[in-house]
Design a protein around this ligand. Structure first.
Ligand code: ATP
Length: 366
């Protein structure tokens, strides 16, 4: 079997009494774009800093190419970090900023260095900016230089800590595409930290979803989005309507559940162990639901509270029993429903997920 590039093995870390990383284990493969995603304070940056060697771990091990790097100094690990605040030297021009690392390490002659600076500047599309000072660059340009400065060292892994966080929305979206392309072009392994799920879903090969110092799920963007492993991931990724239901029958591929006064058949995209008679959580993507004015089978009945037009999107709020459901439609449908209308809500077969209620009670949220 192919050896992973980096293995995290039962990593635990404390800040005083605070257990910030709890028994974290996963592998990072050569050449992948892996993102650590989670809410603020869940431990993403701390984990990244442990990989970089900027924080020490209390127990567990970090293996790079099969060998432990736990006691090795950050500058000897062959990993480079790009931070949100760029950290360029303000008194050095672009060329000297990029050349700084190899010059300190005396790892190449000036002639070779010149070629390499030119190559990395080309990669980040900044040829011609060699003599500019950092204050003469835009935020996006400074971030590209910070990335070029890391890439010139040809690290085995590039660690990126919210590198686009300081940019405005439009530039951030543009840079997301550029970064993903750059990663594919160079084949360098990227470990990327963000709390922005859209950014993670857009760029990554795989995503590690974290909460409160623990890994909640590791999978491809599609897996994470469509098959959340537990209640936390279900509510953190995508916009879903969350309803408490009673399970009436459990079949091999679908279950019959009672939602308020309605009984519907639900095909869950991930099979959790459920028992007839128990209460459960039904979660359905808002944009995988449809509203119909005429009666349709296997639907929830409700009354329209509001219809809000926002560009290409129509957001319809519907009272279903005691719950308010939001449906997001992207095109004008046959149902021209209005406030006060009685409607039926259906959903795409794979848009729903049924979870044990206990899972959410642990988090104290339902
Ligand atoms: P964000 O998205 O806000 O950057 P994060 O997931 O990267 O959050 P971390 O920066 O890893 O979170 O912090 C995890 C927890 O550890 C937080 O509760 C933070 O307050 C705490 N923490 C981080 N650094 C230290 C430190 N040096 N001393 C004590 N506590 C710390």
């Amino acid at each position: 079997m192919k050896q992973p590039l980096l293995s995290l093995v039962n990593i635990n870390k404390f800040f005083g009494d605070f257990h910030v990383l709890k028994d974290i284990s996963f592998d990072i493969e050569q050449g992948e774009f892996l993102t650590l995603l989670g809410p603020s304070g869940c431990g993403k940056t701390t984990l990244l800093r442990c990989i970089a060697g900027l924080e020490h771990v209390h127990s567990g091990d970090i293996l790079l190419g099969g060998g432990s790097i736990k006691g090795i100094a950050p500058n000897k690990r062959n990993v480079n970090t790009v931070f949100q605040n760029y950290a360029l030297f303000p008194h050095l021009n672009v060329y000297d900023n990029i050349a700084y690392g190899p010059r300190v390490k005396k790892s190449m002659k000036e002639g070779e260095l010149k070629d390499r600076v030119r190559n990395v500047l080309e990669l980040v599309q900044m040829r011609g900016y060699e003599s500019r000072m950092p204050h003469q660059l835009s935020g996006g340009q400074r971030q590209r230089i910070a990335i070029a400065r890391a890439l010139i060292n040809e690290p085995l892994i590039l660690l990126l800590d919210e590198p686009l966080g300081a940019l405005d929305l439009k530039l951030r979206k543009h840079m997301q595409t550029e970064l993903a392309q750059l990663q594919r072009k160079t084949g360098t392994t990227f470990v990327y930290v963000t709390h922005d799920q859209e950014e993670a879903l857009n760029m990554s090969d795989r995503i590690v979803v974290m909460d409160q110092g623990e890994v909640q799920q590791l999978g491809s963007p599609r897996e994470i989005y469509n098959n959340p492993a537990n209640y936390f991931v279900t509510t953190f990724i995508g916009d879903r309507n969350i309803m408490e239901v009673q399970v009436l029958d459990v079949g091999p591929t679908s279950s019959r559940v009672q939602v308020g006064d309605d009984v519907v058949e639900v095909r869950s995209s991930r099979q959790h162990h459920l028992v007839s008679g128990e209460h459960a959580i039904l979660a359905i993507h808002m944009d995988k639901m449809r509203v119909s004015c005429s009666e349709v089978p296997n639907a929830l009945r409700g009354q329209v509270l509001s219809v809000h037009y926002a560009g290409s999107q129509i957001r319809i709020q519907i009272q279903v029993g005691e719950k308010v459901i939001t449906v997001v439609e992207y095109q004008q449908t046959d149902c021209e429903c209005q406030e006060g209308d009685s409607v039926y809500i259906v959903w795409e077969e794979h848009g729903a997920i049924l979870l044990p209620l206990e899972d959410s009670r642990i988090k104290g949220e339902v």
